[in-house]
Each structure stands twice: as C-alpha cells, then as structure tokens.
Design a binder for this molecule. Structure first.
Ligand SMILES: Nc1nc2c(ncn2[C@@H]2O[C@H](COP(=O)(O)OP(=O)(O)OP(=O)(O)O)[C@@H](O)[C@H]2O)c(=O)[nH]1
Ligand SMILES: [Mg+2]
Length: 244
C-alpha cells in the first residue's frame, strides 16, 4: 500500500476509466487508486475488475445503485481513512482534471505547505477549455454566491479536484454531509476552513469531457443554492452552542 490514494467516483464511465487509470499510474509518483462505482449499467466496474488482475495498486468499491457523487465520496473516503492513507485525493474520471497536476498537488501536501490543495480553475484567472460561455458563467456565479453567503476565501469552491491530508477528513463529520452534487464539494472545503485547516489553490486548466455523458442536473443546482444557506446557518448555530 502507498501513502497516497486517488478516489474516483464513476457512473457510466466505461469510455474513460481505463485511460484515466493508466494516465494516473504513468505519473512519476507512488499512489493507489480507489474507484467507487454506483453499479454502472455500462460495465465500468467489470472493466476495472479486469484491470485489477494486473495492477495491485488498483481497488474497487461497487455500490448498489446510483446515489450521487457525494455519498460515493463519503464511502470512498471512509474506506481510505480506515486503510490508513495519509494523502487522499478526489478526481473525476472524465479527464476534466489534468492528471499531471497530481504531482505538484501531492508535493504541496507532502512538504506540509498546506492541509488541503484544490486543483483550481479560477485562481488568478479563468482556465476552462471547451465549455459554453453559459456554463462558465453559471460556475463563476456559483463561486461568487458561495463567497457571499459563507465567506469561504476560495476562488473555486465547487472544484472536484482536491487533495486532503487525512487529518482534514478525520476532523470533518463525513457521514453528516448528505449533499449529492456540487454542494458536497463546497461543504468539504467550508468545514475544513471552519476547522482552521490551510487551503491552497493550485492553478489547473479544466477541460470539458469529450467522452461519456455529464450527470449534472437541475436538482444538483437547487441543492447547492439552498444547501449552502442551510450549511452556513448550521455553522452559526454550532458556534452559538459552543459559546453558551
Ligand atoms: N459513483 C458515482 N459517481 C458519479 C455519480 N454521478 C457522477 N459521478 C462521477 O463523478 C464524476 C463527475 O461527474 P460529471 O458527470 O463529470 O459531473 P461534472 O464534472 O460536474 O459535469 P460535466 O462537467 O458536465 O462532466 C465523474 O467521474 C462521474 O462518473 C454517481 O451518482 N455515483
Ligand atoms: Mg465532469
């Protein structure tokens, strides 16, 4: 077992999963990969299982049914913590997150420059390739909204390319985070910040997926809009309780 694991949630990623696994293992760093698949009907998990025969650093969790990215990560992180990994990454399977950035992001954690590192689209500019302007505006609007409501000092709060030192995930009550989509990504960064952990944004170029289908939908956006207000309220009442 290596000290680092990359957790990749998958739902119908049969066209991407093999290539992304090879791209990550081709990097000049020692790590394991944990795929968390929600019983994809396209056979993603079966393909990973085949690859596992030749790659001991590759692991797989298959869950019952599609339940959103958030619960898949909670499951994956809980297993990763139980196994004792020190550095735990989350990353999409669709090549939106450039695998090469893992090398620099891991180094920042290993050299104790930060506790949480974000592969950030919006730190010092906007770096998104092949998204329609409407989608970029939605994402930037979401970032501004999160900053206004929560005060979280992060340029890319919805980013799904993140590395954590294990102490961060241990300090957050993962099982209490019930969000399924973007709100999940925001919540992890928010609670890490509230716990006083250091956050670093490493600039990446984000590219839209070229293979497979997006799982984004309007319920994920609604969850983020209302969920973030609920989360902020929870943090205020928590603080009040502490002071009473
Ligand atoms: N296990 C699991 N994985 C999921 C689920 N929904 C999405 N994913 C995975 O989470 C990652 C991000 O999902 P995407 O559909 O790419 O969502 P997105 O990046 O916000 O949207 P696009 O930019 O349009 O691709 C991908 O690896 C998906 O396969 C789910 O319900 N369960
Ligand atoms: Mg994607």
């Amino acid at each position: 077992m290596n000290a680092t694991v990359v957790v990749i949630p998958t739902y119908n990623e049969v066209e991407n999963i093999q290539r992304i696994i090879h791209a990550i293992f081709d990097l000049p760093i020692a790590l394991d990969i944990l795929v968390v698949d929600d019983n994809s009907p396209d056979g993603t998990a079966a393909l990973v299982q085949q690859m596992m025969a030749n790659i001991p650093e590759l692991q797989l969790i298959v869950r019952d049914k599609k339940d959103g990215l958030g619960p898949a990560y909670v499951h994956g992180f809980t297993v990763a913590l139980a196994k004792g990994y020190t550095y735990i990454f989350e990353m999409d399977a669709d090549f939106s997150h450039p695998p090469k950035a893992l090398v620099s992001m891991l180094l920042l954690l290993q050299e104790d420059k930060t506790d949480l590192v974000i592969g950030s689209r919006y730190k010092k500019g906007v770096r998104i390739s092949q998204w329609p302007i409407s989608r970029v505006m939605l994402s930037l609007g979401a970032s501004l909204y999160v900053k206004c409501i929560t005060g979280l000092p992060v340029a890319d709060p919805t980013a799904g390319y993140v590395g954590y030192h294990k102490k961060v995930l241990k300090a957050i009550k993962l099982e209490d985070i019930r969000f399924k989509g973007y709100a999940f990504q925001i919540a992890l960064k928010f609670w890490a910040w509230k716990e006083g952990f250091r956050i670093y944004e490493f600039p990446i170029i984000f590219t839209d997926r070229t293979k497979g289908e997006s799982k984004m939908n309007s319920s994920i956006i609604n969850e983020a809009i209302f969920g973030i207000i609920a989360m902020k309220w929870k943090s205020i009442t928590k603080k009040k309780k502490k002071n009473e």
